[in-house]
Write a protein that binds this ligand. Structure first.
Ligand SMILES: CC(C)(COP(=O)(O)OP(=O)(O)OC[C@H]1O[C@@H](n2cnc3c(N)ncnc32)[C@H](O)[C@@H]1OP(=O)(O)O)[C@@H](O)C(=O)NCCC(=O)NCCS
Length: 174
């Protein structure tokens, strides 16, 4: 398989970011959610205005996974006060990690996660955490394989649907 490149992106990449973020979100969640809730989520969370504000947020970083010129996945990391919860200085939030369906199970998610852990280790952070929908079994398996453990459960709004996210974390100092 062609080598994977993982690159930090900026505002000039926003159209490609919106494209990969929308495509992967729809691929992952449309079969288990109503069209109305999916549209609401996309409008409220993946508009160009919202994404540009997120790219410009100090302490948030986006990365593309590239195979040649093709964007096959992406992730979003938050540090310090940019974390949605647990805003401590010793943690990093993996807010989003997505790989296009046709490329899944090829270690691309693994390489993105390894990159996030490398970045966190360089900053000497203590743990990495995330929230995952309780019905997203493939992602839960992926995190469990990587030694993440549940530590809490929180509400997540997909459009108007109140869903439960499992909060998971991995200690980086073990
Ligand atoms: C979750 C996700 C990022 C994993 O990325 P990936 O490239 O498909 O996974 P990898 O090939 O790197 O998997 C690494 C290991 O995780 C585990 N794993 C990954 N996907 C799995 C699945 N569907 N079922 C069971 N275990 C899985 C396996 O142990 C795998 O190793 P193996 O293939 O050698 O057995 C990817 O499937 C994805 O984008 N899913 C849709 C979006 C999503 O749910 N994101 C998370 C939101 S919280």
């Amino acid at each position: 398989m062609e080598d994977l490149e993982i690159l930090k992106i900026g505002l000039s990449d926003i159209l490609e970011l919106q494209h990969i973020a929308t495509e992967t979100f729809v691929e992952t969640f449309s079969h288990k959610n109503t069209a109305d809730n999916m549209s609401l989520y996309l409008d409220n969370n993946l508009s160009l205005d919202i994404l540009s504000a997120e790219i410009n947020t100090i302490n948030s970083e986006f990365y593309f996974a590239l195979k040649g010129n093709e964007i096959v996945g992406y992730m979003k990391l938050n540090f310090g006060s940019a974390q949605i919860e647990l805003k401590g200085i010793n943690s990093i939030e993996l807010e989003r990690i997505y790989v296009l369906k046709k490329y899944q199970r090829n270690q691309i998610g693994q390489q993105l996660l390894d990159k996030a852990i490398d970045i966190a280790s360089q900053k000497q952070l203590e743990f990495i955490w995330l929230g995952v929908w309780e019905e997203n079994w493939s992602a839960i398996n992926f995190y469990t394989k990587n030694n993440f453990h549940e530590f809490d459960r929180h509400l997540f709004l997909l459009g108007e649907d109140r869903q439960t996210d499992i909060m998971m974390k991995k200690n980086l100092r073990l």
